[in-house]
Design a protein around this ligand. Structure first.
Ligand SMILES: Cc1ncc(COP(=O)(O)O)c(C=O)c1O
Length: 386
């Protein structure tokens, strides 16, 4: 046999290899997955094969992460995606069809709302924004063809909290699917299925992966809608790279420990900000001053490291630039949930009336640095505004 042919046709695992049991699971990569026999291939063709038939059939690394998330959330089926936004988009497509109407919470992740307006609309799905602090009053917006409600609680810029059990009670009566983006709370601080939610979404990119080097998302579905979603996912032949699933699984191992630190430091910084005369509002669900603090207390078992504040005075862009650019620990960038603290500043754009209309929202992601250093960094930055 030719030398190259011999190398290329070497079976795996190599016969002489000693099995190694590592702490972390192996990373499976593959497009082609080999069948043992033609009979198995025929079964796969008839959709009767029980093994994995192709790379898009969810290789073991992907399945392992999905199973871990499903168990943490208490759902029936979990599927992973190449980003949080892909998870949102696919969930919306799986449960809607032309002629449907959906309700979208006005504080939901911007690109998700844009997808509803620009893409779903194109396929005949109409979308209406609802106030970000909606509860039982969701009933006012429901039409005979309303099929889905997209919630995000708390929203990741202005942190309004929805009365989730009140919304899901109304939705259930009318067979409307409720979808919740629960990224802020992670599966550790909110159990959406216990509050009646049908579909729970996470941007794994944030706390779950934890190092700002992974893009991934999950959709976990409760029993009623599990088969519909499973079939849709399969039909779309979605695939998430094994490396991302591996890193997400690894992130899960330390999530609880990291999150406690994010929570503690964020609350310390938030309380310190509340004591400053130049600060108007600190928008943090775990502070008693938050308008829906009672809902947070009732439904959540903790808070994460992302919150916002507003100044009493509206500063110009160049004044804000002097403040933000003087910071050394808070870095300027999108996303959150990593070990490094981040800052963003922008005026919010809302379709429904907002508490923060016309105000610049300064959003902080509190990372894993020493809290006193973060406060000193902000204090130093504020001198540029005084
Ligand atoms: C609340 C929320 N959901 C979803 C997403 C989208 O996640 P990804 O960046 O993984 O696409 C983001 C991103 O910032 C987010 O803040």
């Amino acid at each position: 046999m030719n030398r190259t042919t011999r190398i290329l046709s070497k079976p795996w695992p190599a016969r002489e290899a000693t099995p190694a049991v590592t702490v972390n699971p192996p990373l499976y990569k593959g497009s082609t997955v080999l069948f043992n026999s033609y009979a198995d291939m025929l079964k796969a063709g008839r959709h009767e094969y029980e093994g994995i038939s192709y790379g898009t059939d969810r290789l073991p690394t992907q399945r392992q992460f999905e199973e871990a998330m499903c168990e943490l959330e208490g759902g029936t089926v979990c599927r992973v995606f190449q980003s949080g936004i892909a998870a949102i988009q696919t969930a919306l497509m799986a449960f809607t069809a032309s002629g449907d109407h959906i309700l979208v919470c006005d504080n939901a992740y911007g690109p998700g709302q844009r997808f509803c307006r620009k893409v779903l609309q194109k396929y005949g799905v109409e979308c209406t924004p609802v106030p970000p602090d909606v509860g039982a009053d969701i009933a006012l917006y429901i039409r005979p063809n309303t099929r889905l409600i997209l919630l995000e609680s708390p929203g990741s810029i202005t942190f309004e909290i929805q009365d989730i059990p009140a919304v899901t009670a109304v939705a259930r009566e009318k067979n409307i699917v409720t979808v919740l983006d629960s990224t802020w709370a992670t599966p550790l601080y909110l159990q959406p299925f216990e509050l009646g939610v049908d579909v729970s979404i996470h941007s794994v990119t944030k706390y779950i992966s934890g190092y700002s080097d992974v893009l991934a998302g999950t959709v976990t579905v409760g029993e009623t809608h599990a088969r519909t979603f499973e079939n849709f996912y399969k039909m779309m032949e979605i695939y998430t790279p094994a490396e991302e699933c591996y890193l997400a699984l690894r992130g899960l191992q330390s999530l609880a420990t990291r999150l406690k630190q994010h929570e503690r430091s964020a609350l310390t910084v938030a309380k310190w900000l509340e004591s400053l005369p130049m600060v108007d509002r600190v928008i943090h669900p775990a502070l008693p001053s938050h308008p829906e603090h009672h809902l947070w207390q009732r439904d959540f078992s903790g808070s994460s490291g992302l919150f916002a504040f507003t100044f009493k005075k509206e500063y110009t862009d160049s004044e804000l630039a002097a403040f933000i650019d003087s910071l050394t620990l808070f870095r300027l960038g999108y996303s959150w949930g990593g070990y490094q603290s981040l800052i963003t500043a922008a005026k919010v754009m809302r379709a429904t009336p907002s508490r923060y209309a016309g105000k610049t929202i300064i959003r902080l992601h509190i990372g894993l640095e020493e809290c006193a250093d973060l406060i000193a960094d902000l204090e130093n930055g504020f001198t540029m505004l005084r």
